[in-house]
Write a new protein. Structure first.
Length: 378
């Protein structure tokens, strides 16, 4: 990986800061603009662009710029199509550095009204599966010096990180649009098998950097970055847990609850103790079963995300027409004077749709008890 070749602590700090900056929950358009701006500022480039490859490389389907005002862009006219030095970066699939564009044999010149540029650095942006998503193009450092090998290594490492973030943004976009359960499962696997593993790789590489001779402040910054990566991995795991489908009807609720409680330990690292009534007593309508299982999923996800708990107790009980779901944890609790969040609103909405309700008994430092009730038969 190119970041192993970064020996300057200040530049390593700048790379880490840049990587954390682009970990934003933005849509793809805003994210690409942020990536271009961050890459340009990382090496002090006056101009930057990100060219997204079209179906027929080196043709560009999208061109996002930094350092060129909207009026100038309008006067320039249509975006470049990926010829000349831009196309050479795509065909090379590796960084391209040019000290004088006017003297480069592949240069095709600038259109009217285009800023004159001399120094150039092009770096591919590769997603987690090895696909070249596009290229970062940078021109003219603010100190008027040509780009050097350190700039190349720094932007190449940033391009790898940007590719991972683009992966995540694309997955989030698909998750918002897709409703088919098979697709949701596939995307959950992709999140686990690709994104989490690559985040582990980045974290491991940063930890290896700690073995080098660094100042105490440098070591602390890298440790903070590793902690941020760990928190991101946990957030992704919780998201995977939340998006899994719930195939359940009124007769297999007990089995699905057992599976979910086992799943929490494997995926979220929380030990769950479960108590169920005899299976013959746990009969519900299909609608109640679906809402109950989703209420349990949302509650356990909240425990993993917010409670800082290591253990939870789950209990399902029936009393005549009523079903009660109890979830206790040994976490830090929270102040119930704070307004209800989205998770609590969802729990309450599900319960009331079935004629029930939800209550939360929480004291900071003493854990939380969630009681969710519903009429179990239509």
């Amino acid at each position: 990986m190119p970041f192993h070749r970064i020996t300057d602590p200040a530049r390593l700090h700048a790379l880490i800061d840049a990587m954390l900056l682009i970990e934003a929950d933005a849509d793809l358009t805003d994210l690409l603009q942020l990536i271009v701006q961050t890459a340009s500022e990382l090496v002090g480039a006056r101009y930057g662009a990100l060219g997204v490859l079209g179906a027929q490389a080196p043709t560009l389907s999208r061109f996002v710029t930094y350092g060129v005002d909207p009026g100038t862009r309008e006067r320039i006219g249509s975006d470049p199509h990926g010829r000349g030095v831009l196309g050479e970066t795509t065909l090379a699939t590796s960084p391209v550095r040019v000290d004088d564009l006017a003297q480069h044999p592949g240069a095709v010149g600038f259109p009217d009204h285009h800023p004159r540029m001399r120094h150039f650095l092009g770096v591919p942006v590769t997603t987690g599966d090895g696909h070249v998503f596009g290229n970062l193009y940078l021109a003219d450092r603010s100190d008027d010096r040509p780009f050097d090998e350190d700039d190349e290594v720094l932007v190449e490492a940033f391009g790898r990180a940007a590719g991972l973030v683009i992966d995540q943004a694309t997955l989030r976009h698909h998750l918002r649009e897709l409703t088919l359960s098979d697709e949701r499962e596939r995307l959950a696997r992709d999140l686990h098998d690709t994104v989490i593993q690559r985040l582990f790789g980045v974290g491991l590489a940063l930890q290896l950097t700690l073995a080098s001779n660094l100042e105490a402040a440098d070591r602390e910054r890298i440790n903070r970055a590793v902690d941020e990566l760990d928190a991101t991995v946990q957030e992704i795991r919780t998201t995977i847990f939340e998006i899994d489908r719930d195939d359940v009807d009124g007769t297999n609720l007990a089995a699905r609850v057992r599976e979910m409680c086992d799943e929490v330990g494997a995926r979220l690292g929380i030990k769950v103790a479960l108590r169920l009534p005899p299976d013959t007593d746990l009969v519900t309508s299909s609608r109640c079963a679906r809402h109950t299982l989703q209420a349990l999923r949302e509650t356990l996800a909240n425990v993993a995300r917010h409670a800082q708990a290591s253990e939870a107790d789950v209990e399902l009980d029936v009393d005549g027409p009523w079903l009660t779901l109890l979830v206790r944890d040994n976490g830090v609790g929270f102040a119930t004077t704070v307004g209800p969040g989205r998770g609590l609103r969802n729990l309450r909405s599900r319960a009331r749709e079935l004629g029930g309700d939800v209550t939360v008994d929480a004291t900071p430092g003493r854990g939380t008890l969630v009681r969710w009730t519903a009429q179990r038969l239509d």
